[in-house]
Design a protein around this ligand. Structure first.
Ligand code: TEU
Ligand code: CA
Length: 545
């Protein structure tokens, strides 16, 4: 029975291990640090954790460039420590899913070190090589991190293909021997007892022919290209042998196609779409557009209403902080966003620190930045628009930088926010004396306690898990309101995602009787026509039928 899937009732929590908790005070978060903090996650009400990559890696892309899939990076600990973390999490009834990065490896992976030796090396065909010269690459496709998708290799006078950095060569999925090696690795982790995978950049594993002509979308040659289904079905066959949850990061898969990806007999249980956060950082798009957010999330809710399942998120390790993008940095806006995230239909993913209302970092100079793509974009911007001052270029670049979400978790008021006793790898946000877990847990009206309430509410309410979603006030520029409905009850969720007070009229959509206010971040408003909402008000009502 589909409705019994455990992951539909679950609340997930994303941990960026490097920035969660540093147990041995070397400035880098680690596995023992996560293990020490499991009780915190239990108290929050978390059912499963997604761990960003913890494998051996030269860290060109913070662990997304893997040099050994079956080894733990010494920064994070040992395999024994990983197994201890898994065992203790399981004892608390918390599951753990791992990042599965199989679009590419590190250029330091033994397979690639072999492959680049010679054209007839047995590993050569694990990757994508074409004849080239230093000035004549096989085509003009551009990579996500900037620059060509091809890097010329002098030894063999060919170029290899990569959709991310040149240190992340793409695997050749057409090669069955390569696929078998990846599948063996996948089984190895699943046999160890992990609870599933978040599958990185999986929609890029299939590429168009090299002479494919790019028209409107420059990423089209490697975005969910036809033929990918064969590989997804092979992966699915493995996943189906285990009781696990699988979440594909699948940019380029449309909300219509997502039915095939996540519905009955879908390849994975759910996918992360990237459309709703896609516009942040475009020129003139410093703040997230609320109409765009509403439209996109609603399209996905509707598309997967009867078949398929949504993975819900407002931020992750690749985005700025949602409270800075869609909110005004205030606690109140953090709570309004939490209300949306936890009460839509799908499995919510809370990104570490989001439950505290952590906000963007006030970067003052490019020297403070770590993210490779951010540094590249900053340089490119200065080259394209030499009239910009470095401050202006920094401001524009930082609108969407990945570094905002990667600053260390703020545990308490001690030095470095209690993350570490040494200077951390990335600076702690100076607001840690007010935004931190310890302080907030003691304050009944804090952001973290609001999250706890929402998580409990959701987990105890079948209608909030399986009930239908219906958007209200579709064309309103700042009100995000919807209902969740089952045979027995209707829930009404209203948020005002704006710094202004707004008066709305729901008389065409709702009758007034029998609504009970269940949760709010501000005033105890009973439902009326018209209804005035203050800045970032969030209200949750229930009506039993
Ligand atoms: O991100 C992948 C990612 O963002 C692309 O798949 C996306 O489709 C593209 O940028 C177009 O919008 C994942 C990880 O989350 C990220 O941290 C890694 O850097 C990246 O993969 C490479 O492994
Ligand atoms: Ca450490």
């Amino acid at each position: 029975n589909q409705t019994d899937d455990w992951w539909k009732k679950a609340v997930a929590y994303q941990i960026y291990p490097r920035s969660f908790y540093d147990s041995n005070n070397d400035g880098i978060g680690d596995l023992n640090g996560i293990r020490e903090k499991l009780p915190y996650l239990k108290e929050l009400g978390i059912d499963f954790i997604w761990l960003n990559p913890i494998y051996a890696s030269p860290n060109v892309d913070n662990g997304y460039d893997i040099s050994d899939y079956q080894a733990i990076h010494p920064d994070f600990g040992t395999m024994a420590e990983f197994e201890q973390l898994l065992a203790e999490a399981h004892a608390l009834d918390i599951k753990i899913i791992m990042d599965l990065v199989v679009n590419h490896t590190s250029d330091q992976h033994p397979w690639f070190l072999e492959a680049r030796q010679s054209k007839d090396n047995p590993y050569r065909d694990y990757y994508l090589w074409e004849d080239a010269t230093a000035d004549q690459l096989p085509n003009n496709w551009q990579s996500f991190f900037g620059g060509p998708t091809w890097t010329y290799d002098e030894t063999t006078e060919q170029a290899y293909f990569h959709v991310f950095a040149k240190e992340q060569p793409d695997l050749n999925w057409k090669n069955p021997t390569m696929r078998a090696a990846i599948y063996k690795m996948i089984r190895w982790w699943l046999n160890l007892g992990i609870d599933g995978f978040r599958i990185d950049a999986i929609s890029h594993i299939q590429k168009e022919p090299w002479d494919f002509e790019i028209t409107d979308n420059q990423w089209a040659p490697f975005m969910n290209v036809s033929g990918i289904d064969d590989y997804m079905l092979e992966l699915k066959a493995i996943f189906d042998e285990y009781d696990i949850v699988t979440v594909g990061e699948a940019s380029g898969v449309s909300s219509e196609e997502a039915v095939a990806w996540t519905g009955n007999d879908g390849y994975v249980n759910m996918i992360f779409e990237l459309e709703h956060c896609g516009r942040i950082g475009e020129p003139g798009q410093q703040k997230g557009s609320i109409p765009h957010l509403k439209d996109t999330l609603t399209r996905w809710q509707n598309s997967l209403a009867d078949n398929g399942w949504n993975a819900l998120y407002l931020e992750n390790h690749d985005t700025p902080r949602s409270v800075s993008v869609y909110g005004d940095g205030s606690e109140k806006s953090a709570k309004a966003l939490a209300t949306l995230l936890l009460l839509m239909k799908g499995t919510p993913f809370i990104y570490q620190g989001q439950e505290l209302g952590m906000i963007n970092y006030p970067f003052r100079s490019i020297e403070e930045v770590d993210g490779k793509d951010t540094l590249y974009a900053y340089q490119a911007l200065l080259e394209e628009q030499p009239e910009l001052t470095s401050e202006e270029a920094l401001t524009i670049t930082m609108n969407w930088s990945r570094d905002h979400s990667r600053t260390p978790f703020q545990w308490n008021t001690e030095a470095f926010g209690g993350f570490s006793k040494t200077t951390p790898w990335l600076a702690v946000n100076p607001n840690f004396p007010i935004i931190n877990a310890q302080y907030e847990l003691q304050q009944p009206h804090s952001v973290v306690n609001f999250y706890k309430q929402l998580i409990t509410l959701r987990k105890n309410t079948d209608t909030l898990i399986h009930g239908t979603y219906h958007l209200l006030l579709k064309n309103h520029p700042s009100i995000y309101a919807f209902t969740r409905q089952s045979d027995t009850e209707t829930w009404l969720i209203i948020t005002n995602l704006s710094t202004r007070s707004v008066t709305i009229d729901l008389s065409e959509e709702l009758t007034l009787n029998d609504w009970q206010l269940i949760l709010t971040n501000n005033q105890k408003l009973s439902l009326s026509h018209p209804l005035t909402l203050e800045r970032f008000d969030a209200l949750v009502y229930r009506k039993r039928h």
